[in-house]
Design a protein around this ligand. Structure first.
Ligand code: SER
Length: 324
């Protein structure tokens, strides 16, 4: 079996995808790469690693040749809020990186996984039950790069036969690595405050409804899609997937079942609020369910329980050391 290359391996998804792929396919079969080299001792650094800047095609090609790569999980990208701060850089990294990855995939016959997003939708998209195939006119730089990337992946499949596949991921909730610059980050930050008995100030309005998913489901979805029988795939790229859909107020209510004194205040950030307002409330993932058997395992209740358990377990050793 050829090796798998993961770009952006040090990010929120990569930090959990790399260990999962290594457990599934073998430690030495998965090459973790990032512009920032992983710190020794982290799980990502426990197997092959490469320094890789996706805006340099020679670096991608070097890694693919050196490790005999057959599949690329291309995760390196800027998230929505950072992309609004730095739209030019976002275009260069998100589009330039994908274009170069696809070119290397074309030259070396690699399969490519691409993570699109609920950000690929816009204000004119139907807000609830958002269909797989619908109007996509995003109003953010992040969304524009995601729609363009979906089209580019389809183009490389249709024109060159490159096995490109992808998901429109919702907000991802996880406890291993922080998200870093997204609109859905509040749904991670709030847990870190809750386990420390600290108040949380949310940057979205309490009624902002968005699709969300717990990271173990997202990781499983990526692996299952890449392993799916291509005969069944009608869409291939950019499958809608979701697990739950909630507002900051609803998440707070669920966390308060475990942390009754949690205080949540609101200081709305107009940039991130405008991004959230332009995205759907709840998308329809029937195509993913029908074409490759997608089914989430975590709902709001089980995700909250699991997040709190995991973060409390992490806190305990430091509390013991400091005697708090
Ligand atoms: N979680 C991402 C963001 O907020 C959406 O894909 O940018």
């Amino acid at each position: 079996m050829k090796r798998i290359l993961v770009t952006g391996a040090g990010g929120q998804i990569g930090s959990e995808l790399v260990p999962a792929l290594r457990a599934h396919y073998g430690e030495d079969r998965v090459v973790a790469s990032d512009v920032r080299l992983a710190a020794p001792g982290t799980t990502v650094a426990s197997g092959p690693i490469e320094h890789l800047d996706c805006t340099h095609i020679s670096e991608i090609e070097h890694a693919v040749r050196r490790h005999d790569v057959g599949t690329i999980f291309h995760l390196a990208a800027l998230l929505s809020a950072v992309a609004e701060e730095k739209p030019r850089v976002a275009w260069e990294i998100n589009m330039g990186g994908l274009y170069r990855v696809l070119e290397v995939a074309r030259l070396h016959g690699c399969a490519v996984f691409f993570p699109s997003s609920i950000g690929a939708f816009g204000p004119s998209t139907p807000k609830r039950g958002t269909p797989q195939d619908t109007l996509q006119r995003p109003s953010t730089m992040y969304g524009i790069t995601k729609v363009s990337s979906e089209l580019l992946c389809n183009y490389y499949y249709q024109r060159f036969g490159i096995d490109t596949r992808g998901l429109r991921l919702p907000g991802l909730i996880s406890h291993v690595a922080p998200p870093g610059g997204g609109t859905t980050d509040y749904a991670v930050e709030i847990f870190h405050r809750a386990v420390r008995d600290e108040p949380y100030t949310c940057f979205l309005r309490p009624d902002s409804c968005l699709d969300m998913m717990y990271m173990p489901d997202a990781i499983r979805a990526m692996v299952e899609l890449m392993e799916a029988d291509p005969e069944w795939l009608v869409h291939r790229n950019a499958f809608n997937i979701t697990a739950m859909s909630f507002t900051p107020a609803q998440l707070t209510e669920e966390i308060r079942k475990h942390v009754p004194d949690l205080v949540v205040r609101y200081a709305v950030d107009p940039v991130r609020q405008a991004i959230a307002d332009s995205w759907p409330d709840a998308i329809d993932d029937t195509a993913a369910r029908d074409e490759w058997g997608w089914k989430p395992q975590y709902d709001l209740e089980s995700m909250v329980q699991n997040m709190l358990d995991a973060l409390r377990a992490k806190l305990t050793p430091s509390r013991l050391r400091t005697g708090i």
